[in-house]
Design a binder for this molecule. Structure first.
Ligand code: SF4
Length: 465
């Protein structure tokens, strides 16, 4: 194995759900793209079946609209809410979608989108797309939304999310141990191994993709700090990040970096997750529900250093590429889906990624980076997924704040150590997988146990992380 690419882990998209909004849109977009140009000149009729969790919970979280926009050729990276509304309007009133190529698809989500709540064996979030010509099926493909907006086909292959692929990279690894071995043998950092596997320059200050991701992350934090009011969904949860930020500013001496890094990171993380709950634009890190931790810890780190533009670019690249390597190990060897392993695979993985990224940006060696990553996730083991009302608000928003604080503490501990430690990151990731397998399904995105049953007495709709 060769690890995952930067924008397999970090994808620009929209809230509130990476598995229920972004993944289905990506699958629909891929299905249409897989049809031959000749077929698309014909009057094709499309039908879609949602299986398992997507059938049971997708309606409340925009899955039908996301699939409609995806079939019309929109992608989560650039789609807007008004695009989704316009496509929905067209499909439900005219019964068809017009593609950019001029092709017309017969598809009305109110008639041609079916729900089968029995999950397929591969994964709880399944979808089947079919295209017919004069009543005969001419193409049929099954997809699975496996977390973080990532989609696999029926053969278990992950759909490409970018032109930058890691296939054929020079330093294949399937574990942290193998990754650190490459670093030692080639005298490279983890971020450089990651860049080399994506066929990129090792001069990380020229990393355009990391700079783009950071710009979207940073904008999301700023919007979250500026916004006020109540989040949608019926829980009447008030946004708090802006008020918390003003409290830090009021207690400061006019510093650029008021309070300490952990306090700032906690507020930044909550700002991102409030934006996610409101359907705003953000970067999965590695999922929407856990999207606050990595940008929060990165911003808190940048606040404290007087860096020029090249320095900011280098720190951002080192941070995000190191975090990508760690996130890829979670994806390959456990899961980043709350439906599979609970929140330990989302907030736990994000805290681990952020701890590793921060340690790398602060100059830690590969073993110290591994130590930081394993400390952060070790203390998230067994973390269940049980949000109230099925909305990614309570406890998710605060949980991201806590995850950011944990990541900073883990990095501190690792940098104070000598790179010797008892439990390896590979062992902790294996424990995430085994603990997730043993975890009762009530605690894995079903909203049937834990905090979810002690919340306000509103109807449970869905979990949408
Ligand atoms: S509790 Fe569940 S929905 Fe909330 S952040 Fe964790 S995995 Fe996502």
């Amino acid at each position: 194995m060769i690890g995952l690419a930067l924008n397999d882990i970090f994808k620009i998209g929209i809230g509130p759900s990476s598995s229920h909004t972004m993944g289905p849109m990506h699958a629909a977009h891929h299905f249409i793209g897989s049809l031959s140009p000749e077929l698309l000149t014909k009057p094709l009729a499309v039908e879609v079946t949602l299986h398992g969790s997507l059938a049971a919970t997708g309606d409340g979280h925009g899955t039908p609209g996301a699939i409609t926009a995806g079939l019309a050729g929109f992608h989560y990276e650039t789609v807007t809410l008004s695009d989704i509304h316009a496509m929905w309007q067209s499909a439900t009133t005219l019964g068809q979608l017009s593609l950019e190529s001029g092709a017309q698809l017969r598809f009305n989500p109110e008639q041609h989108l079916y729900r089968d709540t029995v999950p397929l064996s591969n994964h709880p979030n399944g979808m089947t797309f079919s295209a017919s010509l004069e009543g005969n099926v001419v193409a049929e493909t099954r997809y699975f939304s496996v977390g973080g907006g990532m989609v696999e086909d029926q053969h278990g292959h992950t759909l490409a999310t970018s032109a930058m692929q890691t296939r054929g990279g020079p330093f294949p690894y399937a574990s942290m141990n193998e990754l650190v071995d490459w670093c030692t043998r080639e005298n490279l950092s983890i971020a450089q191994v990651q860049a080399a596997n994506e066929h990129l320059s090792l001069q990380l200050e020229h990393d355009a993709m990391s700079a783009t991701l950071w710009s979207v992350m940073s904008d999301c934090i700023d919007r979250g700090l500026a916004a006020q009011g109540e989040l949608p969904g019926g829980l009447h949860v008030k946004r708090r990040a802006g008020a918390l930020w003003n409290r830090l500013l009021n207690n400061s001496q006019g510093d650029k970096a008021p309070a300490n890094a952990a306090q700032r990171a906690m507020v930044y993380a909550m700002a991102v997750n409030e934006e996610n709950a409101a359907g705003g634009r953000l970067v999965t890190a590695p999922t929407n529900g856990a999207a606050g931790i990595v940008p929060a810890v990165l911003k808190a780190h940048l606040d404290e250093h007087q860096l020029n533009e090249a320095g900011v670019n280098r720190h951002v690249s080192v941070f995000l590429r190191t975090a990508t390597a760690i996130g890829g190990l979670f994806k390959m060897n456990a899961s980043i889906s709350g439906a599979e392993v609970g929140c330990q695979g989302e907030v736990g993985a994000a805290a681990s990624m952020a701890a590793a990224g921060l340690t790398a940006a602060l100059g830690g060696n590969p073993r110290q980076i591994e130590n930081a990553a394993e400390i952060a996730v070790e203390h998230c083991l067994g973390l269940t997924c049980d949000p109230i009302g099925g909305l990614v608000q309570v406890p998710c928003i605060e949980r991201n704040g806590m995850g950011a604080v944990k990541a900073i503490a883990a990095s501190d501990l690792a940098l104070a150590g000598d790179g010797q430690f008892m439990i390896s990151l590979d062992q902790v990731i294996e424990t995430v997988r085994e603990t997730g397998r043993d975890m009762d399904s009530r605690y894995k995105e079903t909203a049937r146990g834990g905090l979810a049953i002690h919340g306000l007495k509103i109807p449970v709709t869905a979990v949408e992380c």
